[in-house]
Design a protein around this ligand. Sequence first.
Ligand code: KIV
Length: 288
Amino acid sequence: MAERKKLTIPDLYAMVERGEKITFLTAYDYPTARLEDRAGIDMILVGDSGVMCLLGHATTLPAKMDFMVEITAAVSRAVERAFVVGDMPYMSYQPSNELAIENAGRLIAEGGADAVKLEGGARMAERVEAIVRAGIPVMGHIGLTPQAASLIGGLKAQGRTAETAKQLIEDAKVLEEAGAFAILLEAIPARVAEIIVRNAKVPILSIGSGAACHGQLLIVHDILNLFEAFTPKFVKKYADVASVMLQAFQEYIADVKAGRFPTPDHEYRIPKDEWQRLLELLGEGERR
Ligand code: KIV
């Protein structure tokens, strides 16, 4: 049974130091976060992917700060041990350092997150530096960065040419120098990720970027088979919760239609004397 003490950045660094892989999942709600924490997950990302998984949007771009703060707070309330990372939504940090600090502060103060994550390499280094200078830990995120999908040619693997791979290696260095406490690599070739890991002084986390990274992230709705729109190559499904839910819904519908639910076991009772008084009040005396 994992220790229940809240994990901190030094704890994550110590895990890397002793060669222990960091486990990382997304969560967007209280019950899911509670179960992940109870299972012993090390980190939870309250991702802007929540607007796709929970609200049915086709991209992450419609995510709003208020929504992210609300779901981050729900996850933080659920967690005893896991390190919680709040994701900065589209246009909550891109326009200016001031806006970035203000919104990162909301995820920490109102959302209860332990750190924030934002997308982008060298072009976002100034934002990372500004938020870190304000005392807030920042996780960098490079490779497939969904908020910049149109800039990077769509939701597809990145760094598959020598030039783009070199750029990612440089981006990771720049983010580390800007003060990022960890860097997430999304959908980049495993061999390129290996070079980044070899050069890094901070934990390098992977979502679809190979086994050499210090930790692995997946989206909870992907591993439970609850997200139907598409399944990236890097996803491993650990349970078919969709089938379990579908079967439960079908059985409920069939029970109600057939009169098998509710039964007396699911009904509230009125005490006999109160029933008698009610009949009298209704003027129905002993008739019933
Ligand atoms: O929002 C999210 O879940 C993410 C992951 C895809 C890395 O940013």
